[in-house]
Design a protein around this ligand. Structure first.
Ligand SMILES: [Zn+2]
Length: 203
C-alpha cells in the first residue's frame, strides 16, 4: 500500500486493490471510489456488481465484425441500410461509438481489438486481422478505411494492413491527418472526427 493511505480493513483494501487495476484509476482514486461505495445503499452496490458480471456473461463478439454484442450479429452488421461495400477498421469497440456519434459514416466496421506493438509483444496474429481478411474474400467490399489511432502502434498497424489489403484491388484509405498524433479516437471530438472521415486519403 502506498504511503499516506489510511490503513483499511481487508474487504476495503481488497476493493481498493481491484479498482486500482482499472485504467486511469490510481491508488488515490481507487481509495476515494472504495469509500464512496462503502457509503452507498446495498441495493446500489448490488446493481453495480451485477452489471459487472453481466457485461462478462451476457456479451460476446459479433461473428462478423468482432464488435461487442449480445447476439450473434451486432446491430450494425444486422442493419440492412448500412453500406456493405465499406469497412472501417478500428482498434477498439469504443472507437465505433465515437465514429457513430458523428453520424457521417454509413458503412460497416471491423474491430481489431488492439494494434500491432512489437515493444509490447503484440503481433499481427494477436489481433483480429485474420477475421478481416476473411471478410474481404468474397469481393463485396470495395473500400477499407483504416481508422486505427494516430499513434506509433496505430500507424504500424495501418501500414501492415495496407500491405495485405491493397494487393486485393480494394481501395485503402486512412483517416485524414486532422487528428493530432498520439490521440486516441475515442477521445476525439465530433468535428475533428467528422473532418477526418470526410477528408480520408488514399493510403
Ligand atoms: Zn458486427
Amino acid at each position: 500500500m502506498d504511503q499516506g493511505l489510511t490503513p483499511t480493513v481487508e474487504p476495503v483494501s481488497k476493493l481498493i486493490q481491484e479498482l486500482n487495476k482499472l485504467p486511469g484509476i490510481g491508488p488515490k482514486s481507487a481509495q476515494r471510489l472504495a469509500y464512496h461505495l462503502l457509503r452507498v445503499p446495498e441495493e446500489q452496490a448490488r446493481l453495480l456488481a451485477e452489471a459487472l458480471l453481466s457485461v462478462k456473461q451476457n456479451t460476446t463478439l459479433c461473428s462478423v465484425c468482432c464488435n461487442v454484442t449480445d447476439s450473434d450479429l451486432c446491430s450494425i452488421c444486422r442493419n440492412d441500410r448500412r453500406d456493405r461495400g465499406r469497412i472501417c477498421v478500428v482498434e477498439q469497440p469504443q472507437d465505433i461509438l465515437a465514429l457513430e456519434h458523428t453520424g457521417v459514416y454509413k458503412g460497416l466496421y471491423h474491430v481489431l481489438h488492439g494494434a500491432i506493438s512489437p515493444t509490447e509483444g503484440v503481433g499481427s496474429e494477436d489481433i483480429r486481422i485474420r477475421e478481416l481478411m476473411e471478410r474481404l474474400r468474397d469481393g463485396s467490399v470495395n473500400e477499407v478505411i483504416l481508422a486505427t489511432n494516430p499513434t506509433l502502434e496505430g500507424e504500424q498497424t495501418a501500414m501492415y494492413l495496407n500491405k495485405l489489403v491493397s494487393p486485393l484491388g480494394i481501395r485503402v484509405t486512412r483517416l485524414a491527418r486532422g487528428l493530432p498524433f498520439g490521440t486516441e479516437l475515442e477521445y476525439a471530438d465530433d468535428v475533428t472526427l467528422t473532418s477526418a472521415i470526410e477528408g480520408r486519403q488514399e493510403f
